[in-house]
Design a protein around this ligand. Structure first.
Ligand code: ATP
Ligand code: MG
Ligand code: FE
Length: 342
């Protein structure tokens, strides 16, 4: 079954072709990051308009790359949520329109299920069951995964997501959006011994996270350095380092707890923040200690992409799931634990 995947939930237009027999055939991405950078964050209306401009050319591009034409498609999957409603509607309307014209099934899929299963696109993929740490711009969750659609939420952020905290801390340091990669780069030159930031919610049992206090702590540290006339390039790098260490350490502590609690030996880390090198190093070490293994998507499938949507869509479409004719879905808020096994 050849499935076209469409991702338009936020600020990247992602398109891919997944074949259930041959695997990933092609994928293409257009990132709007440069356009939104000027505003310091994603502007929803601009995002929707840009998806409208980019989507059809990208679909043509992946078909060309795979040497296929539209009539070769067996089904279409699109991101139905969670995300920006206007942006989601562009993907949903395009998917439904094309599917109707071609007379093929179409299915709206969950964006976070896409992130969660993105490591399945790798040759070295995890077997079920596993613990997943989902760390992206809008989510920080620990999930026990028993199979497709068999998810138990173990813990999540009670306020900001980890990626969001990276983006906000970057803004405070005068860095561009998205802040995660920028903080990581700056932190490389930081002195880990100069500042120590708190590890929120690690002093009590449980698997929930909170990152908003860390944000305040970062702002206070920057102000104090500024008032003392000490906010030079080195100090900014030291703040970035202390911030990154605090987030990474917090995530590692909770992953360790989740592995202990479930007794599982496989850890999947996905979503934009899973691209963070420090986080990967620390998790590798932690897994090695307990005879466990960590799995990640390849770099470009850590952040939003069409491949993960094509993959999840293909699994569910193959099991017979599909949208009702003409009923397109765009769901801004959609808790992942409402998902079911197909
Ligand atoms: P969601 O998937 O929750 O709807 P999203 O799609 O906006 O949110 P992603 O595209 O998965 O999120 O990830 C983007 C986030 O990842 C941004 O917050 C960005 O700062 C962060 N990020 C990307 N690379 C890194 C990195 N190397 N270190 C830390 N954070 C990173
Ligand atoms: Mg994004
Ligand atoms: Fe995402």
């Amino acid at each position: 079954m050849r499935v076209l995947g469409i991702e338009t939930s936020c600020d990247e237009t992602g398109v891919a072709l997944f074949d259930t027999e041959r695997g990933l055939l092609a994928d293409a991405l257009y990132s709007q990051v440069a356009m939104h950078a000027e505003y310091g964050g994603v502007v929803p209306e601009l995002a929707s308009r840009d998806h409208t401009r980019r989507l059809l050319p990208l679909i043509q591009q992946v078909l060309d790359e795979a040497g296929l034409v539209r009539a070769d498609l067996d089904a279409i999957a699109y991101t139905a949520g969670p995300g920006l409603v206007g942006a989601l509607m562009v993907g949903a309307a395009t998917a439904h329109g094309m599917a109707r014209a071609l007379g093929i099934p179409v299915l709206g899929v969950h964006h976070m299920e896409g992130h969660l299963l993105a490591p399945m696109l790798e040759e070295d993929r995890p077997a079920f069951p596993f613990v997943a740490l989902l760390v992206s711009g809008g989510h920080t969750q620990l999930v026990e995964v028993r199979g497709l659609g068999r998810y138990t939420l173990l813990g999540e952020s009670v306020d900001d997501a980890a990626g969001e905290a990276f983006d906000k801390a970057a803004k405070m340091l005068g860095l561009d959006y998205p802040g995660g990669p920028q903080i990581a780069r700056l932190a490389e030159h930081g002195d880990p011994a100069r500042l120590r930031f708190p590890r929120p919610m690690t002093d009590r049992p449980g698997l929930d996270f909170s990152f908003s206090g860390l944000k305040t702590h970062t702002l206070t540290a920057i102000r104090q350095l500024e008032e003392a006339g000490k906010l030079d390039d080195q100090a900014r790098a030291d703040v970035a380092r202390a911030f990154e260490e605090a987030v990474v350490d917090t995530l590692v502590i909770k992953c360790r707890r989740a592995l202990d609690q479930t007794g599982l030996k496989r850890l999947v880390v996905a979503g934009g923040v899973s691209a963070n090198t420090r986080l990967r190093e620390r998790l590798e070490r932690e897994c090695a200690k307990r005879n466990a293994r960590a799995y990640y998507p390849r770099g470009r499938f850590c952040t939003d992409n069409g491949a993960m949507i094509a993959y999840v869509g293909a699994q569910r479409l193959q099991a017979g799931e599909r949208d009702e004719t003409g009923v397109m879905k765009a769901v801004p808020r959609w808790p992942m634990d409402t998902l079911r096994k197909p």
